[in-house]
Design a protein around this ligand. Structure first.
Ligand code: HEC
Ligand code: HEC
Length: 161
């Protein structure tokens, strides 16, 4: 190693603390869309939790395999070993009386591909897959485009040829 290389190494221990203290001078601001632009150490009042959308209007699915989102209130609907309150409306037996859409046939198929007489255990806890929506505005913009829109865009079709 040449002498001036060694000299450069000797400066290192003095440089590192200098950089660190420059960082600590001001409390760090987190530049994140997930939190308000306040200093990390500041306490602020959290915004109120937005209410669920409960307008009873079924929402279009973004793709056929998507579990449809829940358009109604689900507060206090219980799911226990002996009782599944979602199924008191959505099972085949009760759909006529309450006019709820029936769970589809996939909900009767167990993991071995056997179609059972009742909802399969792996589809018992509905809200593992089905979720309500809230009135909150998305904090990150969503640029998802569904397939129907993609294939019907004339400019795209021109590009592909
Ligand atoms: C009192 C009857 C009732 C109960 C209990 C109920 N639902 Fe519903 N559900 C409905 C009806 C009726 C609709 C049709 C839209 C509407 O009127 O809200 C619906 C719609 C839905 C949809 C939308 C279906 C689609 O194709 O868009 C989902 C998903 C759903 N419910 C899931 C659930 C889950 C999960 C639970 C339990 C936490 C539940 N529901 C409990 C009556 C009920
Ligand atoms: C493991 C995920 C999962 C669970 C758990 C689940 N679902 Fe679904 N559900 C789906 C998916 C995916 C679809 C859409 C494709 C399909 O029908 O399989 C769907 C579709 C539906 C539909 C619309 C059916 C139609 O023909 O339009 C209803 C209603 C529904 N589910 C209700 C329920 C209820 C009630 C429960 C609880 C007993 C439940 N689901 C549990 C994934 C799930």
């Amino acid at each position: 190693m040449r002498p001036h290389h060694l000299a450069a190494l000797a400066v290192l221990p003095f440089l590192v603390p200098a950089v660190l203290s420059a960082q600590n001078a001001e409390p760090r601001r987190l530049d994140s869309p997930f939190r308000p632009p306040v200093n990390f150490v500041e306490q602020i009042t959290p915004p109120p939790i937005p209410p669920d959308v409960t307008d009873d209007r079924r929402v279009a699915r973004n793709y056929p395999e998507q579990p449809p989102v829940i358009p109604h209130n689900v507060r206090d609907y219980q799911i226990t070993l002996n009782n599944n309150q979602c199924l008191t409306c959505h099972s085949r037996r009760f759909t006529e009386a309450v006019q709820a859409p029936m769970v589809s046939i996939t909900h009767y198929v167990d993991r071995d591909g056997q179609t059972l007489g009742a909802v399969a255990p792996r589809r018992y806890f509905c809200m593992q897959c089905h979720v309500p929506q809230t009135t909150a505005q998305p904090i990150v913009p969503n640029t998802f485009t569904d397939l129907d829109t993609l294939v019907s865009r004339p400019s795209d079709r021109g590009d592909r040829r």
